[in-house]
Design a protein around this ligand. Structure first.
Ligand code: COA
Length: 325
């Protein structure tokens, strides 16, 4: 057996942080942000709200879309780098909040590749007979780890959640293949040093601002382009199809210029490349499932169409998946 997506949902908190809001916080301006990133606004969760609350909103929509009761779910996987707590997992909070009583749950840490990694794990578990239905969520409250005094990073990131319901299906439908990669030698390109065992919470850690994202923007940009092109080609080659067969290409929403270069190198016309980052910024693990839900709502793919997703993030990690919807 294989697995296929039977429901999609997304949620973005109502509060927005626009480029003009950021102009008042750091030395930047709307023209620079729009030109260099394509981002115009992002959504920000209320301080103190747990990530699992965002997961619940997206998950309920995906379950409704699928017509599946939470009690039918066997597996809950949450891709995130901003969990409610170090433990228990955000997946366990989500399970309890929606009443997915018979499921087992876990979080998965692969930064911005977190959703595609989670999709791959849930797909593999279903293929291995460890469950028939999975809830796979990518959800982040990045505003808790963004340094709003650093103009090179604070303009990029936003909060949000996206969810899919995966269900067992015959081989040849649904998730056709997933391709996961990482290169830990390059961890210093984008990371958050504090809050783990290396730099546990302490007055010094807070004083040195170690709890915030650090990033080498230019280097990260180059790797993102190379790796997303590679992983996309890998998925196409594995399935004996070409980019012309793909109805919709959904790359990780990090920077419009990255998306445009990747699309150009793959030879896919702009109208078949999905972009929504002007509204959400980079929501890390939530980026792809939010885009999938938006693409479905906009009628950008139909049943039977091929959709290619590809992600890239800290680790470094990168991953692709080709799906027949
Ligand atoms: N507003 C105004 N100026 C800014 C700025 C901001 N928010 N951020 C940086 N600048 C300045 C820099 O200080 C630099 O000034 P200088 O030339 O006087 O030194 C200039 O703009 C160019 O900086 P640079 O870093 O070369 O810009 P860039 O075109 O590479 O854009 C990023 C910066 C971060 C937008 C871009 O590198 C990027 O998106 N990288 C990938 C990041 C990413 O995707 N991360 C997540 C991966 S999952």
């Amino acid at each position: 057996m294989a697995s296929k997506i039977i429901g999609l949902g997304m949620y973005a908190p109502p509060k927005e942080l626009t480029n003009s809001d950021l102009e008042k916080m750091v030395d930047t301006n709307d023209a620079w942000i729009t030109e260099r990133t394509g981002i115009r606004t992002r959504h920000i969760a209320e301080p103190g709200s747990p990530n699992s609350d965002l997961c619940v909103e997206a998950a309920r929509k995906a379950l409704d879309d699928a017509g599946v009761d939470p009690a039918e779910i066997d597996i809950v996987v949450v891709g995130t780098l901003t969990p409610d707590m170090p433990f228990p997992s955000t997946a366990c909070f989500l399970q309890a909040k929606i009443g997915a009583t018979r499921a087992y749950g876990m979080d998965l840490s692969a930064a911005c590749s977190g959703f595609v990694y989670s999709l791959s794990v849930a797909d593999a578990l279903i293929r291995a007979g460890r469950g028939k239905k999975a809830l796979v969520v990518g959800s982040e409250i990045l505003s808790t780890v963004v340094d709003y005094t650093d103009r090179s990073t604070c303009i990029l990131f936003g909060d949000g959640a996206g969810a899919v319901v995966l269900s067992e299906c015959p081989e040849g439908e649904g998730v056709l293949s997933c391709h996961l990669h990482s290169d830990g030698d390059l961890w210093k390109l984008i990371y958050c040093p504090g809050g783990g065992t290396l730099h546990p919470y302490s007055p010094e850690m807070l004083e040195q601002r170690l709890g915030f994202i650090r990033m080498a923007g230019n280097e990260t940009f180059k790797h993102a382009v190379l790796r997303m092109v590679e992983a996309s080609r890998e998925a196409l080659d594995r399935n004996g199809v070409t980019i012309d067969d793909v109805k919709l290409f959904i790359p990780h929403q990090a920077n419009l210029r990255i998306i445009q270069v990747v699309g150009k190198r793959l030879g896919i016309p702009d109208e078949r490349v999905f972009v929504d980052l002007e509204k959400y910024g980079n929501t890390s693990a939530a980026s792809i499932p939010i885009a999938l839900a938006e693409a479905k709502a906009q009628g950008r793919f139909a049943a039977g169409d091929l959709v290619l997703v590809v992600a890239f993030g800290g680790g470094l990690t990168w991953a692709s998946a080709l799906m027949r919807m």
